[in-house]
Ligand binder design. Structure first.
Ligand SMILES: C[S@@+](CC[C@H](N)C(=O)[O-])C[C@H]1O[C@@H](n2cnc3c(N)ncnc32)[C@H](O)[C@@H]1O
Length: 213
């Protein structure tokens, strides 16, 4: 199964805020330079208040928790999960199979900061492709694209499909900014869930269908 986290709330602190006291404090605390700083609502709330849509920005924890869960699941350990991350700014990266990400914030942020600046890392690779190009290539390979959305159709008959790509938003609030190519728009439950819960439910269900657990 392919998993694509869409519009992930991951971004480098914009240049105009790099001298902001909250960014200088963050850099001192985590031993990083201002151009390496990642927007994080826990540390940069006053900056995010100035951006027009705080619910989509500054939540690296969402991607961190989701990736920790996904990459250490039995599905991933069996080599049956391939993970891609698209960011709210349109950047895209691929996490190699078999990757174990750091549990600690500081080391996780170090990897993400490099990848967002286009620097390759041993296990996480920036991709030049645009997300719609990526989805088009997946379609050509025969993957069914299932977009998860609380307003989608309530069905579970897709979870066991052979060539399955699951698309999930990795931000805190609101709808997607844009449309993404998909075959089905599916809801798991009547209310919005956290990204890591959504990913967790799908992975756990698929593991059972495949008889891994
Ligand atoms: C925290 S939600 C995004 C915010 C949510 N749209 C809201 O307004 O509260 C993160 C993502 O998880 C997926 N998601 C959340 N709840 C879902 C549900 N009940 N069924 C299917 N997918 C869901 C969607 O892909 C969504 O973009």
């Amino acid at each position: 199964m392919r998993l694509l986290l869409l519009e992930s709330a991951l971004a480098i602190v914009p240049r105009k805020f790099r001298d902001h006291p909250t960014v200088r404090n963050w850099c001192k605390r985590f031993g990083r330079k201002p151009h390496e700083a990642i927007l994080d609502v826990n540390y940069h709330f006053s900056i995010l208040k100035e951006k027009d849509y705080p619910g989509k920005w500054g939540r690296p924890d969402i991607v961190h928790f989701t990736l920790l869960y996904a990459l250490e699941s039995p599905l991933a350990k069996k080599g049956l999960l391939d993970v891609y991350v698209h960011t709210v700014e349109g950047k895209l990266f691929h996490v190699e199979k078999g990757t174990r990400l750091p549990r600690g914030y500081s080391r996780f942020i170090g990897i993400i900061s490099k990848v967002l600046r286009g620097i390759d890392t041993p296990r996480v690779h920036p991709l030049e492709t645009d997300v719609n190009e990526l989805l088009r290539s997946w379609k050509e390979e025969g993957y069914a694209l299932v977009l998860l959305d609380e307003e989608g159709e309530r069905r579970t008959d897709w979870v066991g499909r052979d060539k399955l790509a699951v698309l999930v938003g990795a931000f805190a609030q609101g709808p997607f900014y844009q449309e993404y190519s998909h075959d089905e728009r599916i809801s798991l439950w009547e209310e919005p869930l956290n990204t890591w819960n959504v990913v967790g439910e799908v992975i756990a269900y698929r593991e059972r269908i495949l008889g891994l657990l």
